[in-house]
Design a protein around this ligand. Structure first.
Ligand code: NAP
Length: 273
């Protein structure tokens, strides 16, 4: 984890409060580190206390006030209790997620499908919905915003990858919900951004045994994400060329797109990210 936090990409957050789910590893940990500095309070959650503590300690070493808490995003009531107990929320990042695929050319097991939807879609909603509710009641900050919410979807949501059906579908739903909600949230002073990364080097992608076009380091992804949130992007899909390719493939007739996405090498090469 080598996030460069020399320049804060969110100028209004010099004294802000940020909540990040899934901060014990990967992109969530890189986001926390990129934001960490004196004046910022980071509320970090995940399920693994040891890894959370290690990220929290690294953020504290950079001068941030850091509060870590084990929490499963699938527990809707616990998410409400956590977020409503923080006080002012300047930025909430619904990042926690799991990767899943099927390698044997059979439909995913039903338990896996349900777990992916429960974590990657409902878990993100369990974070974003209470945040939206809380932020509407907050006073505007210096830039006129009552708060910012980012959901971490994926470029995988642009394609129907047979090797990662539930992952692609959950991310597509999260992306579409965020973008469709954003205009009305903006009316209430809350900014929403759907973040759709391509392949990022994290524990999630470490097991992938296929080529990952455009693979980037987590600290670079974190810096792109925070700049996109600062700009107020409605959707931030990167790298642009992987996103563009995925959009094209995703808009092909279903038999053609699923055939392309099932071809070796890489089977669901555009869909397991
Ligand atoms: N890596 C990529 O290429 C890529 C590309 C596009 C989008 N994404 C998305 O980016 C997000 C982060 O992915 P990553 O690559 O950083 O994955 P990762 O390295 O596996 O980290 C996932 C994080 O989510 C947490 N998590 C998983 N299930 C959870 C649950 N039920 N409750 C609370 N926390 C949970 C994990 O913490 P614990 O294990 O401690 O619970 C961990 O902190 C995910 O939503 C992923 O789908 C990743």
């Amino acid at each position: 984890m080598h996030a460069d936090n020399a320049a804060l990409p969110l100028p209004d957050l010099h004294e802000g409060s940020v909540a990040i789910t899934g901060a014990s590893a990967g992109i969530g940990a890189a986001l926390a580190l990129a934001l960490a500095r004196p004046g910022i309070t980071l509320h970090l959650t995940g399920r693994n206390l040891e890894r959370l503590r290690s990220v929290g300690d690294a953020c504290a070493a950079r001068g941030a006030r850091t509060i870590v808490r084990t929490l499963d995003v699938r527990n809707a009531a616990a998410q409400v209790t956590w977020l409503s107990g923080i006080g002012r929320l300047d930025l909430v990042i619904a990042n926690a997620g799991i990767g899943a695929g099927s390698d044997d050319r059979r439909p995913e097991r039903s338990a896996q499908v349900r777990e992916v939807f429960a974590t990657n879609l409902e878990g993100a909603l369990n974070t974003a919905l209470p945040a939206l509710e809380i932020m509407q009641g907050q006073a505007p900050d210096g830039s006129g915003l009552r708060g910012r919410i980012a959901t971490i979807a994926s470029i995988a949501g642009f394609v129907p990858g047979p090797g990662a059906a539930s992952y692609c579908a959950a991310k597509a739903a999260l992306d579409r919900w965020t973008i469709a909600t954003a205009p009305f949230a903006a009316n209430m002073g809350v900014q929403m951004t759907s973040v759709c990364p391509g392949y990022v080097r994290t524990p999630m992608t470490a097991a992938n045994r296929f080529p990952m076009p455009g693979l980037m380091e987590a600290d670079r992804a974190a810096s792109i994400i925070l700049r996109g949130i600062a700009r107020g992007d409605r959707r931030l899909a990167f790298p642009w060329w992987v996103a563009g390719l995925a959009q094209i493939v995703g808009n092909l007739p279903p038999r053609l797109s699923t055939w392309l996405l099932s071809r070796p090498p890489g089977k669901a090469g555009l869909s397991q990210q």
